[in-house]
Write a new protein. Structure first.
Lengths: 122, 184
């Protein structure tokens, strides 16, 4: 029976320790990927995967990623909400991996709202 | 849905919405019996019996944001067109088990797709929930249990982006080996 072996895990642990600064703290930025049936069918998983890659590259411990269900705006899926502490949550629409990368780099990291992709303020 | 792994992601998210804290996911590909089986089991709140009959009716949903629910209907349709079927076993308070079968070689069967992406998406988006993922190809088995992973990783969070990154690669590698072992 194949399993993720202890060796694999040790390797992951070592690589992680090498490449991350383990700063603990509260989340200042919250990114929600909406994962209802509509979102998933429209490509939310690819968006999530792009986001995970960017997160791994950015190494920011204060950014939290969560998934949630459909918010009723199925025709504009995949939707992603970015909320910077003390700021208004911005809902982005029709996301794909490239848009996600741009929103992550510009909005989540630098605080510049990407109005071109935005659906609404909440 | 283009991949069965997307159905799995969708149904697992249902379980999470139902308040589950542990979700079992089984994918079994058996080419000798020409059968592909999916099973997603959660320990959430379950459903009353009268609801089961209406489960695959897209106009029945427990959500409040809109009036249609497509997740199970889509999976049922996918199984139906591949000479398989959808089964749901549930009891209020005892969780829900969703099963789907497909004829493996059916021309309309969508590929299993990127299971590693589905599993890590679930882990990343739902840190408080445990997942047990089992994938069997012609009797060869791969399992991943986030409870074991969490214990092993100690103070390193499974949602740490770098951990997730390596985890994805590791699952892909293991599944690749499983397939390679069995030939094309």
């Amino acid at each position: 029976m194949a399993k993720l072996t202890i060796e694999d895990l040790k390797k992951i642990k070592e690589q992680t320790a090498k490449s991350t600064s383990l700063r603990d703290g509260d989340a200042n930025v919250k990114i929600t990927v909406h994962m209802g049936t509509c979102g998933i069918a429209a490509g939310a998983r690819a968006v999530m995967n792009a986001l995970m890659e960017e997160m791994a590259a950015a190494d920011r411990q204060d950014i939290r990623v969560v998934t949630s269900g459909c918010m009723g705006m199925c025709s504009s899926e995949p939707n992603v909400t970015v909320e910077i502490q003390n700021g208004e949550p911005i809902v982005y629409q029709h996301m794909d991996s490239n848009r996600m990368r741009q929103v992550f780099k510009r909005h989540a990291l630098l605080g510049e709202v990407q109005t071109d992709f935005a659906l609404a303020k909440m | 849905m283009r991949e069965l792994s997307l159905h799995i992601l969708d149904i697992a998210e249902n379980g999470i919405t139902a308040g589950a804290d542990c979700i079992h996911i089984l994918v079994e590909e058996d080419r000798t019996t020409d059968l592909l089986t999916l099973k997603i089991t959660d320990n959430g709140q379950g459903m009353p019996a009268e609801k089961i009959k209406k489960l695959t009716d897209p106009f029945v949903t427990s959500r409040t944001t809109r009036r249609v629910g497509l997740g199970l209907s889509l999976l049922a349709a996918a199984a139906d067109r591949c000479a398989g079927r959808l089964t749901v076993e549930t009891e209020p308070g005892a969780g829900t088990e969703v099963g789907a079968t497909f004829r493996y070689s059916h021309i309309d069967r969508a590929p299993v797709g990127d299971m590693a992406a589905t599993i890590t998406t679930l882990i990343m988006g739902n840190p408080q929930i445990d997942f047990v993922y089992t994938h069997i190809i012609d009797g060869e088995e791969f399992t991943l249990d986030t409870r074991e992973l969490k214990a092993e990783m100690g103070n390193l969070s499974l949602t740490n982006p770098v951990v997730v990154h390596h985890l994805t690669a590791s699952i892909r590698h293991s599944l690749g080996q499983l397939i390679a072992k069995n030939g094309p």
